[in-house]
Design a protein around this ligand. Structure first.
Ligand code: ZN
Ligand code: FE
Length: 255
């Protein structure tokens, strides 16, 4: 891996991700729930922050941006579609744009659904995708702004990334998501195994993120909505892929 990626637990269950490209020393952070733990992690490693990449406007992802910018002078990049409700941006981006951390290039992907204007950052050279509240460990973000069809389209883009890609999401939700996933696919052996490993890791106080896309594809019910066995499992064998996704998301909302 050509980026060194550090998990920074923030607030109750958020993760900020610091990504460091060792050749150049360039360092970026993806989302800023809280500045203090990020500054402490940077200081502990002697890294200088050059960039702040924002995924979406929710407070638990941007609350520390201004404090972190003031402390480091880092440039702030976020979605043009979200600019009206983000801290002032030094650079506004949209799907297809490229951001860099030293020698590593990251592609901006529009993953609207949780919010409109939510973006993810995919660094193919580092086999890493920062997905925040779009694709999450065994889950996906609640649909505050987008329709199920919009979120399904967003998840489909992420599902098409190389399967070895590590998915760095924005929260530690895997244990509660596993409980729900098992209500959809109680006989999925890969899911049962992952649920067991998730619960064991959480009991030891360990993080469960990141997880590879291949493991998400085998276990995450939202990514699996198009599969015939999942449509049968929810009693809607003839549903479209987006309808199947919508039904699973509806069930999760009241789980
Ligand atoms: Zn959010
Ligand atoms: Fe969030």
């Amino acid at each position: 891996m050509s980026l060194e990626i550090v998990r920074v637990p923030c607030l109750k269950d958020n993760y900020a991700w610091i990504a460091h490209e060792p050749t150049s020393g360039a360092t970026a952070v993806i989302d800023v729930p809280d500045a203090a733990p990020i500054l402490a992690a940077l200081k502990a490693r002697g890294w200088t922050l050059g960039d702040i990449f924002i995924t979406h406007h929710h407070w638990d992802h941007i609350d520390g941006v201004e404090a972190l910018r003031a402390a480091t002078g880092a440039r702030v990049t976020g979605a043009a579609a979200d600019a009206h409700r983000l801290p002032p941006l030094d650079r506004a981006v949209a799907e297809g744009d490229t951001v860099t951390i030293g020698a590593e290039a990251g592609h901006v992907i529009d993953v609207s659904g949780h919010t409109i204007g939510h973006i993810a950052f995919h660094f193919p050279g580092a086999k890493a995708a920062f997905t925040a509240d779009s694709l999450m460990g065994l889950g996906c973000g609640r649909l505050f702004e987008g329709t199920p069809a919009v979120m399904w389209q967003s998840l489909s883009k992420l599902a098409a990334l190389p399967p070895e890609t590590l998915i760095f999401s924005g929260h530690e939700y895997s244990a509660s998501n596993a409980k729900f996933a098992l209500t959809i696919e109680p006989d999925n052996a890969a899911l049962i195994s992952r649920s067991d490993r998730t619960n064991a890791a959480r009991a030891r106080g360990e993080a469960t993120i990141p997880v590879s896309l291949s493991e998400e594809l085998a276990t995450n019910p939202f990514l699996r909505a198009a599969r015939a066995e999942v449509k049968r499992a929810i009693g809607q064998p003839t549903a479209s892929d987006a309808e199947s996704f919508a039904e699973i998301r509806r069930r999760k909302d009241t789980f």
